[in-house]
Write a protein that binds this ligand. Structure first.
Ligand SMILES: [Zn+2]
Length: 188
């Protein structure tokens, strides 16, 4: 059985560069993998969005960043995901189909996890995979914090009141625009 380390993207610094938050998550993932007792680790980088239509998607840039730091390319999967609901849904589904894994560790910023963790928990449970989390502190400015605090609160309320699927559809509708170009500063 393999251990999966899932790293969601934050945003682009420029058309050909990932932002500091995304880099901090990748560095934390590498550190975890190096310290892990099992070396049978697969990285999944998700963020299937380009800076402009036809540009290199975030997840490809993330893979390059890992490879430059010594991770074997064969041990990196490209996950599809547009944002906080979609990342977990697609990544966990893809992993369940492609890899014999019993554990997923999500490596991300504290504010991202506040918002997205209910979705990751749900998907992991659906596929009977244990979920672990590594929190990356010190990323994101006040705008991002406020945005994700609000997202997380709405998401948690939607789970309690059975509105999760409607909310997911709404999020997907909003975030689907990212496919034709994603130039939002995701950690301002
Ligand atoms: Zn960012």
């Amino acid at each position: 059985m393999k251990t999966i380390i899932a790293i969601p993207a934050c945003h682009f610094e420029s058309a050909y560069q990932i932002c500091a938050t995304t880099k901090a998550r990748l560095v934390a993932a590498i550190r975890f993998a190096q310290a892990a007792t099992s070396k049978d680790v697969i990285y999944v980088v998700s963020g299937d969005v380009p800076y402009y239509q036809g540009g290199t998607p975030l997840n490809h840039l993330m893979r390059s960043y890992l490879v430059e730091r010594g991770v074997i390319a064969d041990n990196i999967l490209l996950g599809n995901g547009l944002g906080i609901a979609d990342d977990s849904k697609n990544v966990v589904h893809e992993i369940a189909q492609q890899v014999q894994a019993d554990k997923i560790i999500v490596v991300s910023s504290d504010w991202y996890l506040w918002a997205a963790l209910p979705f990751w928990r749900l998907r992991a449970k659906t596929h009977n995979i244990t979920l672990g989390v590594i929190t990356v502190p010190g990323t994101g400015g006040w705008r991002t914090w406020l945005t994700y605090l609000a997202y997380g609160t709405i998401i948690r309320i939607s789970f309690v009141f059975g509105l999760r699927m409607s909310l997911e559809r709404a999020l997907l509708h909003i975030q689907n625009k990212r496919r034709s170009g994603f130039q939002w500063n995701g950690c301002a």
